[in-house]
Design a protein around this ligand. Sequence first.
Ligand code: SF4
Ligand code: SF4
Length: 79
Amino acid sequence: MTLSIDSDCINCDMCEPECPNKAITMGLAIYEIDPARCTECEGHYPEPQCVNACPIDCISQGEVESKETLLARFAALWG
Ligand code: SF4
Ligand code: SF4
């Protein structure tokens, strides 16, 4: 678990195209982040792009993962 979208999401579609890992998809009611694909943007960008894109700040940090864990996920996705 890294970042997650809370129930305030208004489905504005701003975050989905910004994710370099295709971790964001539309769920049953709101957008969701796949924790198996989210690297907090490690490997691509210095900051989480979805957080920067969200106009209502409804994406928050979940369980903190180490940089090594995030980069290992990046390598598994894109290696
Ligand atoms: S932090 Fe980056 S990798 Fe994770 S969901 Fe947001 S844009 Fe995608
Ligand atoms: S940018 Fe924020 S409000 Fe818009 S779809 Fe993504 S999480 Fe929801």
